[in-house]
Ligand binder design. Structure first.
Ligand code: UDP
Length: 538
């Protein structure tokens, strides 16, 4: 197959001469291998050695120049999954003069983004580890535009969701295997290596049990900018909210089944007086599912990767995640974390089957589908008796897999009860409103004036002006927080005030130096920065 790299014409001799004379140039961002993305000119790749090659010359650049720390453990992570030892990137070095003895380089004219997909067969991984990070890495570097080309180096074949990756750029993404067909030595004219981790919200439990990332940096706004882009590429337009309201049950058809799905659908339709429809990845096209979800009032689904598609739900919608027997919803929260990101504006509800009678287990299946027949008898018995899977590391814990691949007969009254605790009236999308929050600036022109009354009493009159940005905003409630700290003391007296001045007399001593800290607060929880500390002597 021809991989039409030559769409952009390049002057081969000029390119070769530049490579020989200038060698490779690399400049990276990030202080550690886990937060590094590198920009290269003339990075090469040997398809025979399956290694990237850096050519030294008089003009080559290598920043950071880590010496042998480049191997401890790597220059950078090729996937967005942090510090995973199968996802490291490095290159081997050669002098540019070695090119004389090497295969003739084939130049890649497109600006390239070189990365690993982490698990392209699983939809949660596709969105969380690949699509969102690729999208925002491309936003970070302006020459990674729609004409850039993606190179996936993890070594997998296209996978079932390859069409989604194709939406991110106008050029066909290339896989590691395909590079062989292009030549023995490929040289990327301009490339970026690595992915931004700024949008990821979950860690899968490689070093500690899975859970939300410690320092989440993404909010619903950025997620929705991404879904808007995807929907435009999928030709799914946001329908008007005038159309009928409905509930979507996202079902799995191969495993982790809902055994009484028909009954569930009827019950939901009756309880919420809404049309209720079923979709599955097996029976619906991706665009159809997106179209349906983007206007749904509620999404109900078994725990599983298909739930990542709640990122296409409209603001105000409800996500109901069903957990099989013995699986504690608090221990598996990729979809809860997504739904509850600030600004996602989704209501999240977890339901768990707590009744052994309602679960169907598959001890005799292969281990990767939850079978436990390969374990010794005592261990099998322990697992079968256990009422909760203890926290565990990824990815092959047999007790977890055994419970995760159970089928469930959903106890309808119990489920409706749990949903009703959160959804009081009709569930449904909110009018699309901008829900970002704006923080106050510093208060301005803070002043204090002290007065002493006798030997034991003093007063401190403090005043300040509103933050500069407040005069352009409509804010429901503006308050000021003032801390009064005696110099040299560790404690302080906090006050919440409504006005721009206040005279403090409680616990104020004469002939003492006080530090006064002031900040503005919008709507109770939007805390602004403290202004420069005021020094006030009584
Ligand atoms: N999957 C599906 N229907 C099924 C079982 C799985 O569509 O009946 C999809 C699932 O959404 C995911 C992939 O197949 O994208 C792998 O599923 P697995 O059970 O391994 O992962 P999980 O959903 O637990 O993350």
């Amino acid at each position: 197959q021809s991989q039409e790299l030559s769409q952009v014409q390049i002057d081969y001799h000029a390119a070769l001469q530049a490579l020989v004379e200038d060698g490779t140039r690399m400049v990276c961002t990030g202080r550690m291998h886990t937060d590094r993305i590198c920009h290269f000119e003339s990075l090469c790749y040997s398809t025979e050695a399956e290694e990237f090659v850096y050519f030294h010359s008089n003009s080559s650049v290598m920043l950071p120049n880590l010496g042998s720390r480049r191997f401890q453990p790597a220059l950078l992570d090729l996937s967005s999954v942090e510090d995973h030892n199968t996802q490291y990137f490095n290159f081997v070095e050669l002098p540019a003069t070695a090119l004389k003895f090497m295969p003739k380089p084939v130049f890649v004219p497109d600006v390239a983004l070189i990365a690993n997909r982490f698990n392209p067969d699983n939809l949660m991984h596709v969105f969380h580890d690949d699509l969102l990070p690729i999208y925002y890495t491309m936003q970070q570097f302006s020459d990674l535009d729609l004409e850039a080309r993606l190179f996936f180096m993890e070594g997998w074949s296209e996978g079932v969701h390859f069409d989604l990756y194709k939406l991110l750029s106008n050029k066909q993404p290339l896989l590691r295997e395909q590079l062989k067909t292009l030549g023995r030595l490929l040289c990327f004219t301009k490339s970026y290596v690595g992915l931004s981790k700024i949008t990821t919200w979950y860690q899968y439990g490689f070093v500690q049990p899975q859970g939300p990332k410690a320092n989440i940096l993404v909010s619903g706004n950025e997620i929705r900018q991404f879904t808007k882009f995807m929907m435009e590429k999928l030709n799914v337009s946001l329908e008007e909210s005038s159309s009928e309201e409905y509930i979507v049950v996202f079902s799995r058809t191969i495993n982790r089944l809902i055994l009484n799905e028909a009954e569930l659908i009827l019950a939901l339709a009756q309880e919420f007086q809404m049309k209720t429809i079923t979709v599955s990845l097996e029976e619906h096209s991706f665009s159809d599912i997106v179209r349906l979800l983007s206007n749904a009032s509620m999404l109900v689904s078994m725990h599983g990767a298909q739930l990542v598609m709640s990122l296409f739900l409209p603001r105000g919608a409800t996500v109901v995640e069903l957990f099989p027997y013995a699986i504690n919803p608090e221990h598996y929260t990729p979809y809860k974390t997504l739904a509850t990101l600030p600004g996602m504006d989704l209501q999240y509800i977890a339901w768990q089957n707590t009744d052994r009678e309602d679960t169907v287990t598959y001890p005799d299946r292969p281990w990767d589908q939850g079978g436990i027949a390969h374990l010794d008898k005592a261990e099998q018995e322990r697992i079968i008796k256990s009422t909760e899977v203890p926290r565990h590391l990824c990815c092959r814990n047999p007790e977890w897999l055994f419970r995760a691949y159970q089928d469930t007969k959903v106890n309808i009254p119990s489920l409706i009860h749990v949903i009703r605790q959160t959804v009081k009236s009709k569930p449904g999308p909110k009018k699309q409103k901008w829900s970002g929050s704006i923080y106050p600036g510093k208060v301005r022109d803070a002043k204090c004036q002290a007065s002493v009354q006798g030997t034991s009493e003093a007063k401190l009159a403090v005043s300040w002006q509103i933050p500069w940005n407040l005069k352009y905003l409509k804010v429901r409630e503006v308050k000021y927080e003032v801390w009064i700290q005696e110099q040299g003391e560790n404690t302080y007296m906090p006050y919440i005030l409504s006005h721009q001045n206040h005279t403090f007399s409680e616990n104020i001593k004469p002939f003492t130096i006080y530090l006064v800290w002031i900040r503005c607060i919008f709507n109770k929880n939007l805390l602004g920065p403290f202004a420069d500390v005021l020094l006030c002597s009584t």
